[in-house]
Structure formats: structure tokens, C-alpha cells
Design a protein around this ligand. Structure first.
Ligand SMILES: C[S@@+](CC[C@H](N)C(=O)[O-])C[C@H]1O[C@@H](n2cnc3c(N)ncnc32)[C@H](O)[C@@H]1O
Length: 224
């Protein structure tokens, strides 16, 4: 099975437990991480790539219109349901592959991917697509897991991330593989410097990054 198909099926299989596990396993930190990343977006129409159940798009919709896009129908259906429940009319859901976005060049003021780009088979292709669909001067933002730099903290964190988290995630989602995939995908994800290089190679300028919660996650900001 190709990575793309594997990822699509995996997220479909954990979709109903995704939000609950997200909030529980991050000890509620995920909301503030998304809020920080969203605050870096400009005014105007925003594309949330790999939107999943839509938490970023919903956060954006407090002040801007947003399009939530993902290639997994089951995740997007939950996103649509959440939007309906909140009575939020500012968000449109569109099924689309991050590596081949179905939007015209320069359609958005900003594009953001939270905890999504790590799962994409060709990261550079997805970054180039995010850049393509934003206007000149627009922003591309990526929120992704990182490896903490402090050695002592990293040891404690890895114990939780590599041992405890897959166990709890596996039991609650009843999909053992999905939550072992999480730490392994983070370990193979490019380090900060490498990722900045990838963003540069994808055409972004003035790239900045911000470590949050002792470097568990990093927010990258690039300008087209
Ligand atoms: C870990 S979830 C993140 C969801 C959401 N952004 C959040 O902050 O919780 C990753 C999402 O990326 C989506 N995804 C992975 N690869 C993708 C691709 N190539 N194109 C579109 N969506 C993709 C998955 O379907 C899944 O919904």
C-alpha cells in the first residue's frame, strides 16, 4: 500500500476518536498551539490544508473566512458536522489532496497546515502547492511536532511520547498502529533547519520559526 492510501485509511479509521485523543494526549495544549499559529495569519481568505476535523479553520473563522481542505472524507464529514453545530457560516469544506490542491493560483491571503504536512508523501510538493495558492505577500504557516532541544526534557518527553502515548492512543482508538505511527513520523520529520531549507526551496522568503512548549511543536512562517 502506498503512503498516501495508508494515511487516508488510517485517519478514516480513527476519525471518530481523533478530537478526543488530540485534546487528551496533548493535555489540552493543542488548542493553544493552533491559536498561536492562527494568530500569525493575515486578514483575508485563509486555506486550512490537511484540516482534518477543522479545528484550525474554526479558529480562523472567528475573524476571517476559511476553506477547510483534506483528502480524507471521514475527517471532513466530522469537520462539516462541527461547523454546522457551531452555526458557523464562514467555512467551506473541500476535499482536496495537499500535493495537488484544487484551487487557482493566488486565491488566498494565507495557507496553514497544522499537524498535517508530516503525513504528506512529498512535503516539498505540498509546500509548493501552499505557496502557489496564496497571493504575493501572503503567508504560509506550518504547525508541526518537533524534537525538544533540552536533553533532560527530551528524555522525559520521549518516554511519554514513544511509550505511554501509543499505549493510551491504541486502547482508546482501538487502532494500535495509528498511535505508534505518530512518534515514528515525528522522528523522521525534518529538523527545524532542514524544514526551513525546504520552505526556502519551495519559494518562501523571510522564514521565521517559533518553538512552543519547550520545543514539542514548532510554528513556521514564510512569505510568498
Ligand atoms: C494529524 S491530522 C491534523 C488535522 C488538523 N489539522 C488538526 O490540527 O488537528 C492530519 C490530517 O492530514 C490529512 N492529510 C494527510 N495527508 C494529506 C494529503 N496528502 N492531502 C490532504 N490531506 C492530507 C489527514 O487526512 C488528516 O486529516
Amino acid at each position: 500500500m502506498q503512503k498516501k492510501e495508508y494515511i487516508q485509511k488510517m485517519f478514516a479509521s480513527i476519525s471518530r476518536r481523533y478530537d478526543y485523543l488530540n485534546h487528551t494526549l496533548s493535555l489540552g495544549r493543542d488548542r493553544s498551539w493552533r491559536r498561536f499559529a492562527v494568530a500569525k495569519l493575515p486578514e483575508g481568505l485563509i486555506l486550512d490544508v490537511c484540516s482534518g476535523t477543522g479545528d484550525v479553520a474554526i479558529e480562523v473563522s472567528g475573524r476571517n473566512h476559511a476553506v477547510a481542505s483534506d483528502f480524507c472524507r471521514e475527517m471532513l464529514q466530522l469537520c462539516a458536522r462541527k461547523i454546522q453545530q457551531t452555526g458557523n457560516g464562514n467555512i467551506l469544506c473541500v476535499q482536496s489532496d495537499a500535493e495537488n490542491l484544487c484551487f487557482k493560483d493566488g486565491s488566498f491571503s494565507g495557507a496553514i497546515a497544522a499537524f498535517g504536512i508530516r503525513n504528506v508523501a512529498d512535503i516539498k510538493k505540498a509546500l509548493c502547492e501552499m505557496r502557489r495558492v496564496v497571493k504575493k505577500g501572503g503567508r504560509v504557516i506550518v504547525l508541526e511536532f518537533s524534537q525538544p532541544e533540552n536533553r533532560l526534557f527530551r528524555r522525559i518527553y520521549y518516554l511519554y511520547f514513544k511509550k505511554v502515548l501509543p499505549l493510551i492512543g491504541g486502547v482508546i482508538s482501538k487502532k494500535e498502529g495509528a498511535y505508534s505511527y505518530l512518534p515514528s513520523s515525528v522522528m523522521t520529520f525534518p529538523e527545524r533547519g532542514e524544514f526551513v531549507k525546504l520552505m526556502k526551496e519551495s519559494g518562501m522568503e523571510r522564514i521565521e520559526f517559533y518553538d512552543l512548549t519547550a520545543g514539542i511543536v514548532t510554528v513556521y512562517v514564510g512569505i510568498k
